[in-house]
Design a protein around this ligand. Structure first.
Ligand SMILES: Cc1cc2nc3c(=O)[nH]c(=O)nc-3n(C[C@H](O)[C@H](O)[C@H](O)COP(=O)(O)OP(=O)(O)OC[C@H]3O[C@@H](n4cnc5c(N)ncnc54)[C@H](O)[C@@H]3O)c2cc1C
Length: 450
């Protein structure tokens, strides 16, 4: 392990965006940081795969022009000038018909609803985005009840219920209206839908952060799963690679059930939301020789269809980045214990090809060059009502263990922008606390990179 610049040393559990930003911000203030990452790569859910020399995302990732904390970070990392912004749109596949779904006129032509339903939808959407200013009042109301009240039963059943279940499956009834309001106002708040892609993808952000971290004397340990975390009188002890090491504090970026699994001693009863349910995802990525559809995102409501949506990221990602291949992601958000999550890759590949044929009968299957299947067990918590009061604070236990994790994102959208903000807030709290504490003399390192 390299020498730290400070006598204070913080263990960062996880090398996704939350862990990287936590380490970067600590080191900027002269506090040592060691990232312990279980996998063989940084980036977490923003991870990538390589295909014939091109680097592509396992899960589709873009930023919005309203993502202020993320854009400020990219400015700092000298990456802002390499963002490609693109106006994008959304389509809606409703049973066997395809509808553009971007303008008020599109809504008025949306044949899946009757004319009175379309008018009610337009009025309801305008009410939510323009007049509901205080989303927090919606924390105790379920999205299902709130949307039914605003739009009526039939619009809810036809339009909003499929969108809610596509994200949260049959666990949707607990999700608060506050989450829904926040998402709707983020994505449709601006006049135009504009999405951004930084050259090299989210991997470029992770690499730039890793470079800074190393340059400032921080340590990054890959293939290093943390197996135990316990509080001590003056800090924490971390178990990984068969050894224990003392740190002044720890930041966990892990999903709460995983933190609970490694918590030892008094921390075992101090992990908040230890049983929080998360939704996972299966992404089937198709590398195509030709563009598929007119829009970035196509929501799919089709009886018995195995995917809830289709995202064509090369609507935003320049084709030079993918060596000319068009990237289409078919997604199924599901729980990690579900049959869908455990269905084999071959089966998903078959389902994906069948799905393309069903959606675009004229599409020639020989234009599919490659198919990859990726799964993530913990994408986003299934938020329960009244979560504002239950949302984990940034300090837990006796005060030496900190959180920068997606369980704190609510009501904000689960995205890199939010995690950059949360990690920066957590670091501010650590710095304030460390300033009050006597330093721990770092013990000789027992952790080694595998
Ligand atoms: C399909 C999909 C689409 C998305 N689209 C977008 C988008 O368009 N824009 C956007 O900004 N965001 C998007 N997101 C959300 C975004 O990926 C997440 O908000 C973000 O990556 C969360 O970062 P994190 O660092 O908090 O967690 P993670 O990325 O989950 O990182 C946690 C890290 O901890 C590691 N870890 C786990 N257990 C241990 C252990 N015991 N010891 C050490 N390490 C451990 C994991 O390997 C992982 O690297 C999307 C996510 C998905 C799945």
């Amino acid at each position: 392990m390299t020498t730290q610049t400070s006598h204070q040393k913080v263990a960062i559990l996880g090398g996704g965006i939350s862990g990287l930003v936590s380490a970067y911000r600590l080191l900027q203030q002269g506090v040592g940081a060691t990232i312990l990452e279980a996998s063989d790569a940084l980036g977490g859910l923003g991870g990538t795969f390589e295909y014939k020399g091109a680097v592509m995302e396992q899960f589709y990732h873009v930023m919005l022009n309203s993502d202020a904390p993320l854009l400020a970070l990219l400015e700092e990392l000298d990456l802002a000038s390499s963002i490609h912004w693109k106006e994008t749109g959304m389509g809606f596949q409703y049973e066997d018909a395809f509808y553009p779904f971007n303008t008020p006129l599109d809504l008025l032509r949306f044949g899946a609803l009757t004319v009175p339903e379309r008018i009610r939808t337009a009025v309801g959407a305008a009410y939510i985005t323009k007049f509901v200013k205080d989303g927090a009042a919606l924390d105790g109301v379920t999205a299902a009840d709130w949307l039914t009240k605003i739009f009526g039963v039939s619009v809810f059943q036809k339009l909003w219920l499929p969108l809610l279940t596509s994200k949260f499956g049959d666990r949707y009834p607990t999700v608060p209206a506050y989450w829904f309001w926040s998402r709707l106002t983020r994505e449709k708040g601006g006049a135009k839908e504009v999405k951004g892609y930084v050259e090299g993808g989210y991997r470029a952000i992770a690499e730039a952060l890793a470079e800074k971290i190393t340059a400032m004397g921080g340590t990054i340990l890959l293939n290093t799963a943390v197996e135990g975390l316990q509080e001590t009188a003056s800090g924490v002890r971390v178990n990984a690679n068969g050894g224990w090491e003392d740190f002044s504090a720890a930041v966990s970026t892990l999903p709460m059930p995983l933190l609970q699994r490694i918590a030892r001693g008094t921390l075992q009863t101090a992990v908040p939301q230890a049983n929080l349910t998360y939704q996972g995802v299966v992404n089937v990525v198709l590398l195509l020789k030709q563009r598929l559809q007119p829009y970035y995102w196509n929501a799919i409501v089709k009886d018995g269809f195995p995917f809830q949506g289709l995202v064509e990221t090369t609507q935003v990602v320049p084709l030079e980045q993918t060596n000319g291949r068009h990237l289409v992601y078919l997604m199924n958000y599901c729980h990690k214990d579900s049959n869908e999550f455990h269905r084999g890759d071959h089966d998903w590949e078959f389902q994906a090809k069948k799905a393309l044929k069903a959606l675009y009968p004229e599409f020639d299957q020989s234009l599919v060059e490659e198919i990859k299947v990726f799964r993530a067990p913990y994408v986003e918590p299934v938020w329960p009502v009244n979560y504002l009061a239950a949302r984990p604070a940034c300090r837990i236990g006796q005060g030496n263990v900190y959180l920068a994790t997606t369980a704190q994102a609510y009501p904000r959208v689960n995205a890199w922008n939010t995690m950059v903000e949360i990690a920066s807030e957590t670091v501010a709290a650590i710095l304030a606390d460390l300033a009050q504490r006597p330093a721990v003399a770092p013990a000789a390192s027992e952790l080694v990179n595998a």
